[in-house]
Design a protein around this ligand. Structure first.
Ligand SMILES: Nc1ncnc2c1ncn2[C@@H]1O[C@H](COP(=O)(O)OP(=O)(O)O)[C@@H](O)[C@H]1O
Ligand SMILES: [Mg+2]
Length: 252
C-alpha cells in the first residue's frame, strides 16, 4: 500500500478513497541506445500534486516525455489502471493527459488564440468552454488574444503553454519547469493558477522544477530525481530530515 503526503485543505483531503491516478513502476527510458531513466517508480493520487525535483540532466523531462509515449521505455505506466506504454501519444492525449513541455513549442508567428486552438484537437466539442476557462484563469491572455505569440513576455508564453494543455480537458497535467526564467511575481501567478486548477477542478498535477521553493509551494509530496533514479521521496519535512537532501535542495 502506498502512502501519500497529507494536506489540510484542498481536494486531496476530500478524496473518498485515496488511490493512485498515475502509477509508474520500474520505468526505464531510452534515447537510442542511451538509457536515461533507470527503474523509476512513483505514484500520484487522484486530485494530488506531486513535485519532481532534481538538477539539470536528471531525467525530469525524459520522465514526462515517457508518460506521453515520446521515448522508448521498459516498465509500467498506468493511468487509472490502464497501461500507457503500449499506447501512442495521440491515444494518451485522448485519455486526458495534458502536457505543458519545458520551453513549450509554441508557434511564435501565430496568435495566442490559434496556439490555444492547436491544443483543442482532441476536445473540439468543448472548445468554447475550454477557451473561456483559459481566459478566466489567465485574463491577460484575453488582452493578448490576437497578438502574435512571439511578442509575448516569458510569463505570458508560459500561460499560453499551460492554456494549450488545458484545451485537451486533462484530468492529469504534466507541467515541466513552469517557473524557469520567470520573475518571482510571475512565478507566483503561475503557481496560483495551478493551485486553483487543482482545488477548483480537482486536476491532478505532476510538476517538475529545479526551483524547489516553487515545487514546495504546490506539491504535497516531492520526489528527488538524480541521474535517472529516484533518490528519495516524501513530504517537504521528510526531505529536510535527510541532511544530504537538505544541503542540496534547501540550502546550508
Ligand atoms: N532527445 C534526446 N536524445 C538523447 N539524449 C537525451 C535527449 N533528451 C535528453 N537526453 C539525455 O537524457 C538525460 C536526461 O535529460 P532530461 O530528461 O532532459 O533532464 P532534465 O529534464 O532533468 O534536465 C540527460 O543525460 C540528457 O542528455
Ligand atoms: Mg528538463
Amino acid at each position: 500500500m502506498k502512502r501519500y503526503g497529507r494536506r489540510t485543505s484542498g481536494i486531496e483531503s476530500k478524496a473518498r478513497t485515496i488511490m493512485a491516478l498515475l502509477e509508474i513502476n520500474d520505468l526505464f527510458a531510452f534515447y537510442g541506445m542511451a538509457e536515461s531513466l533507470h527503474g523509476v517508480s512513483l505514484a500520484v493520487a487522484e486530485g494530488g500534486i506531486i513535485g519532481l525535483i532534481g538538477p539539470n540532466g536528471a531525467g525530469k523531462s525524459t520522465l514526462m516525455d515517457s508518460i506521453m509515449g515520446l521515448t522508448r521505455t521498459r516498465g509500467s505506466i498506468k493511468l487509472d489502471g490502464q497501461e500507457l506504454t503500449t499506447k501512442n501519444t495521440a491515444q494518451i492525449v485522448r485519455l486526458n493527459v495534458g502536457y505543458a513541455p519545458e520551453r513549450a513549442h509554441l508557434f511564435p508567428f501565430m496568435t495566442v488564440h490559434d496556439n490555444l486552438l492547436i491544443g483543442a484537437y482532441t476536445a473540439r466539442g468543448k472548445l468554447e468552454r475550454n477557451l473561456e476557462r483559459v481566459m478566466d484563469l489567465f485574463p491577460i491572455l484575453q488582452t493578448r488574444r490576437y497578438q502574435e505569440t512571439g511578442t509575448l513576455s516569458g510569463g505570458e508564453r508560459q500561460m499560453v503553454s499551460l492554456g494549450r494543455a488545458l484545451m485537451t480537458t486533462p484530468r492529469i497535467m504534466l507541467v515541466d519547469e513552469p517557473a524557469i526564467g520567470l520573475a518571482p511575481k510571475v512565478c507566483g501567478d503561475i503557481a496560483a493558477a495551478l493551485r486553483r486548477l487543482n482545488q477548483e477542478s480537482g486536476l491532478t498535477i505532476v510538476i517538475t522544477e529545479q526551483n524547489v521553493n516553487f515545487a514546495m509551494s504546490l506539491a504535497s509530496r516531492l520526489y528527488v530525481l538524480e541521474t535517472g533514479r529516484i533518490r528519495m521521496s516524501g513530504t517537504v519535512e521528510e526531505l529536510k530530515a535527510d541532511p544530504e537532501t537538505k544541503r542540496a535542495y534547501f540550502g546550508q
